[in-house]
Design a protein around this ligand. Structure first.
Ligand code: CA
Length: 237
C-alpha cells in the first residue's frame, strides 16, 4: 500500500509561494522551487510542473530516467523562451526534482537544491546532490557541513532550470523495499529542519500527515522561505 502526503506553505516571511508541486497519477511526484524578481519564480516553478504534467500525464508514456530528464529539459526551453519575451521574467529559474515508481523500481531526475530523501529502517539518506555553491565548498573541504547550514551564500545555485541552454540534469534509480519512506522537499524545509528531525518524523509509526508535520516544524523554526514536502510511505498490503 502506498500512502502519499503533500503540503506547501508560503512561510512566515515571504509574500508569495514560489514553490510548486504536483502528483501525477499513479506515482510520479514533482517539486519545483522557483526564483526570480517580480515573483517570476512562481511562474518558473509553475512552468516546470505544467511541462512535466503535459509530457508525463498520458497513458502511453513509457517511464525512464531519460523521459524524466526530457521533461526538465523541455521546461528549461519553455522558461528561457518566456524569460526572453517578457521583461519581468528575465532571469527567472527553478529547481526541479522528480520521482517515479513502478513496482520496486524508483527513478528520479534532479536540478538545484530541492531534495529527495530515503528513510530505510533507521537510516536516512539524501538521494540527490545539491547543485549549490555551499555543496561544492563542502565537497572540496573548504567548509564543514555544519558551516554550510548558516553560510551567507547558501542560496546560490550552481545549476537551475532556466539558467542556461545546455542544462545538465542528474538522474538515477533505486530499488524500493517495503517500509521505505520517501521525502521530496524544497530548501525551505531543509534550511529550517535538521536531518535528525526529518528522520524522527519519517520514522514515527503513528498514522499522521507527515508532510503537514514537517511543514509545521519548519514554520515553528522560523519559516523564512516557502516550504514544500511530499512524503510517500511504501508498506506491504
Ligand atoms: Ca526556496
Amino acid at each position: 500500500m502506498v500512502k502519499v502526503y503533500t503540503a506547501t506553505d508560503v512561510g512566515r516571511v515571504r509574500e508569495v509561494n514560489e514553490d510548486s508541486f504536483t502528483v501525477i497519477a499513479p506515482e510520479t511526484y514533482v517539486v519545483a522551487d522557483g526564483m526570480g524578481g517580480h515573483a517570476s519564480g512562481e511562474v518558473a516553478s509553475r512552468i516546470l510542473v505544467d511541462t512535466a504534467k503535459e509530457l508525463l500525464d498520458r497513458p502511453e508514456v513509457f517511464y525512464s530516467e531519460l523521459v524524466l530528464k526530457k521533461a526538465v529539459l523541455r521546461a528549461n526551453d519553455a522558461i528561457l523562451s518566456q524569460a526572453s519575451e517578457v521583461p519581468e521574467y528575465a532571469g527567472m529559474g527553478t529547481t526541479a526534482t522528480l520521482f517515479h515508481r513502478e513496482g520496486e523500481q524508483g527513478i528520479w531526475a534532479h536540478v538545484g537544491d530541492s531534495r529527495i530523501y530515503l528513510l530505510r529502517g533507521q537510516e536516512l539518506c539524501q538521494i540527490t546532490r545539491d547543485h549549490s555553491l555551499v555543496e561544492d565548498l563542502v565537497e572540496n573541504g573548504s567548509i564543514t557541513r555544519e558551516e554550510a547550514r548558516n553560510h551567507p551564500r547558501k542560496n546560490i545555485l550552481t545549476r537551475a532550470v532556466g539558467a542556461e541552454e545546455n542544462l545538465l540534469v542528474d538522474t538515477g534509480s533505486l530499488r524500493l523495499q517495503n517500509g521505505d519512506r520517501l521525502l521530496l522537499c524544497s530548501d525551505g524545509l531543509t534550511n529550517m529542519v535538521t536531518d535528525a528531525q526529518i528522520q524522527e518524523i519519517l520514522q514515527d509509526g503513528h498514522p499522521m500527515d507527515k508532510a503537514a508535520v514537517l511543514v509545521q516544524k519548519a514554520l515553528e523554526a522560523g519559516g523564512t522561505d516557502n516550504i514544500t514536502a511530499i512524503v510517500v510511505e511504501y508498506d506491504a498490503q
